[in-house]
Structures are given as C-alpha cells and as structure tokens.
Design a protein around this ligand. Structure first.
Ligand SMILES: [Zn+2]
Length: 76
C-alpha cells in the first residue's frame, strides 16, 4: 500500500515538474517574439534600436540625442 502511495506521489511531482517546464519554455518563446518586434528605425541614420531604448520626438524615433538634434537642425 505504501509503495502505491509512493508511486502516486512520484507521478504527481513528475506531472507538476513537466507542466512547469512546458510553461517556462512557452513563456520564453513569447518573450523572444515580443522583443524581436519591439524595434524601431532611427529617422536620421536608419539604425535599428529597441523601442524602449529609442528616443522619440515629433513622431520620429532616434538612436541618440545627437541624431535627434541633427535631424531637427537639418529639417528646419
Ligand atoms: Zn541614428
């Protein structure tokens, strides 16, 4: 009887371990997809910059403050 309970406990632990592993893999894949889409192009030099690191001014994205200032000076 105790052997049956041990096997049952082992199956339950194995099941939860398997589910956690699958969930972690799925989460990582989703995160990678989101990151690859979150890229914008610098309006001045065309460099690809991560959206959260890019500078935005007047509806345009820039890789640096220098390029934002240069583009502003060139367009006016
Ligand atoms: Zn740039």
């Amino acid at each position: 009887m105790s052997r049956l309970l041990f096997l049952l406990a082992l199956a339950v632990v194995g099941y939860y371990f398997y589910r956690t592993l699958i969930r972690r893999r799925t989460h990582n894949a989703d995160h990678r997809t989101t990151r690859s889409l979150d890229v914008v192009r610098c309006h001045y030099c065309g460099l690809l910059v991560e959206n959260d690191k890019a500078l935005t001014h007047a509806g345009h994205h820039y890789c640096s403050r220098e390029h934002m200032a240069r583009d502003e000076a060139g367009s006016t």
